[in-house]
Design a protein around this ligand. Sequence first.
Ligand code: ASP
Length: 323
Amino acid sequence: MAVAAGKAAIAIHGGAGAIPRAELGDEGYRRAREGLRQALLAGWRVLSAGGLALDAVEAAVRALEDDPMFNAGHGAVFNAGGEHELDAAIMDGRTLAAGAVAGVRTIRNPVSAARRIMEASDCVLLAGSGADAFAREQGLETVAQDYFSTDLRRRYLERAKLAEAGKLERPASEAEKHGTVGAVAVDALGNLAAATSTGGYTNKRVGRVGDSPVIGAGTYAANGACAVSGTGRGEYFIRHTTARDIAARMQFAGMGLAEAAHAAIFTDLAAHDCGAGLIAVGPDGTVAMPFNTPGMYRGAITTDGVLCVGVYGDDFSVVETLG
Ligand code: ASP
């Protein structure tokens, strides 16, 4: 695939707190890496044809939402009521236009509903039944709750209920509790965009909304600064306005992308002992992916077309170079 003039790049994540290697097994590990690769390629097809960063992040996040490996869309975690409530957001760094959904229950690809809110409504954030109705009116694909459910996530809910009752023998891993998917991209013209989508936390209180759909917390993009998508305990991302703070550190304190992203995870959020990670990209295609958990599903295609994916701290590696 030929890259259009300029310096396009994309980065994605599938959540911090990756499943322990022994539990994931060889097949799970291979599937996770392949799922990341496919999502990157979905975004790269857009970018390499000279398309918009906004279209690229939507395409990548849709691929991750459709993949049951990740906690978003199909494969989302269950809330305390044994149901799925999904959050998502998208932001266009060109204009600071943004759209988001919170607590939706029937939209197959919440990120596309967020995009539609951004472009076809006068709102930024729509929640609950009103957001589900809006998606239906807009002709987006809707599904029954069962579509999102998987046996693995059901087991995680059962274990979370046992933990609540003090009856769990082995403590729940980070991966059992949460996860999220996200994408950030810069296109050939230097435009930035970010998108995030999640089922939130296993056994979360019904109605709980995390950081992913809160613009400036789990999702943010501003041309000339950066695009950011976060993963981790959403309540802390909201309180720190984490994604926006990274842009602010760059805009007002003159920090570079890597330094600003590192400070968000290892200074701000570290103070709460909060397992967290994020992906960020700058206008020149620089990518940062800090995380403080044992793993974060992640991948990137750099400006020179090198596709890398990783799950744990030490396995981020080149998969292929795109021509
Ligand atoms: N940030 C998500 C939330 O709080 C969860 C995660 O990323 O793991 O809903």
